[in-house]
Design a protein around this ligand. Structure first.
Ligand SMILES: NC(=O)c1ccc[n+]([C@@H]2O[C@H](COP(=O)([O-])OP(=O)(O)OC[C@H]3O[C@@H](n4cnc5c(N)ncnc54)[C@H](OP(=O)(O)O)[C@@H]3O)[C@@H](O)[C@H]2O)c1
Length: 286
């Protein structure tokens, strides 16, 4: 926002949106929310003051994701930059009323669904970028079959988290191939192990281990700095679809690089989300 972007943020709790606006206002004093600046001619912030507005969205609910995407489509005609950052590890295993394990719904299906719903706006920018916040923890997911969401998600919640982050990395590459000719770059990213609320909410041994290791972790600002760099640097030093560990391109796990698996996950994801406009045809043309 301080760089002049019109920011549309997602928040899942209406009662906390005032606190979010106040916190951002404290970081970036100035008029808030401000009117949207004129569309910029190329990738990056528009000239003029930035602004922040919030849209309600619970990423673990596909209904909520579709509603939020529709609201965003009403508010703007284009998106230059989409950052899928929200996520985390639920403190216990639960299944959403749409039948998906909650950690997978929040960390994978929600962000994937939001991205696919917003593709028309990203295309309209002429040059756009998507950054998916994944995790190095994806290496713990092994080599899933990507057979279906209900049966193949691991029962252990930390492995389910790793599974979801692996899916996000595979989705990033699959999407990058399919939108290569539409001016959209897509990247996945590990922010480092950083002191946020993440490990405070996980419960169990992980919460204890994280409390002990907390002084050794990077700061939230370090993670945010690397994310901001990947989101805004004009020329990313790796091809679209790449995985980054902070500012460094990294090869993700073997499972994340499996071509057949990417095709299977793509088909499974678009079928689950019911996305008739998912860009399969573009891949053949690319
Ligand atoms: N911290 C680390 O060491 C680390 C390492 C690797 C990857 N990551 C990833 O980095 C991203 C940011 O996490 P963080 O470390 O900043 O953790 P955090 O402090 O717990 O923040 C996570 C944010 O995601 C939001 N969120 C979670 N589930 C949501 C849902 N279903 N719908 C909407 N919003 C939801 C939370 O909203 P509420 O405030 O409403 O709960 C919160 O604002 C996550 O994707 C995480 O997996 C973090």
């Amino acid at each position: 926002m301080a760089r002049g972007y019109r920011v549309i943020g997602l928040v899942r709790s209406a009662s906390r949106s005032g606190a979010v606006l106040a916190a951002v206002r404290a970081l970036a004093p100035g008029p808030l929310p401000a009117p949207a600046p004129a569309p910029a001619p190329s990738f990056g912030p528009s000239a003029g003051p930035g602004s922040l507005e919030l849209v309600l969205c619970d990423l673990s609910s596909l209904r909520s994701v579709r509603r939020a995407a529709a609201e965003i489509r009403e508010r703007t005609t284009r998106i230059d930059l989409l950052v899928n950052n929200a996520g985390g590890l639920a403190s216990e295993r639960t299944i959403t009323d749409e039948g998906v394990e909650t950690t997978v719904a929040s960390n994978y299906l929600g962000p994937a669904g939001l991205t696919l719903c917003l593709l028309p706006l990203l295309r309209r920018a002429g040059r756009a970028r998507v950054v998916n916040v994944a995790s190095q923890a994806h290496v713990l997911a092994g080599h899933p079959a990507w057979a279906d969401f209900a049966r193949s998600v691991p029962r252990h919640r930390f492995r389910a988290y790793a599974w979801a982050k692996l899916a996000l990395i595979v989705f990033t590459r699959a999407l990058a191939e399919r939108v290569a000719r539409q001016g959209i770059e897509v990247f996945a990213f590990h922010p480092g192990v950083v002191r946020t609320e993440f490990a405070r909410r996980t419960g169990g041994w992980l919460q204890w281990a994280a409390a002990i290791a907390r002084p050794l972790m990077g700061s939230a600002a370090d993670g945010a700095d690397a994310l901001t760099w990947l989101a805004t640097t004009p020329l990313v030093p790796a091809p679209s679809g790449a995985f980054f560990d902070r500012r460094t391109p990294r090869s993700p796990s073997r499972a994340a690089r499996d071509e057949d698996a990417a095709g299977r996950l793509w088909a499974l994801t678009t079928a689950t989300l019911g996305c008739p406009d998912a860009p399969d045809a573009d891949r053949a043309a690319a």
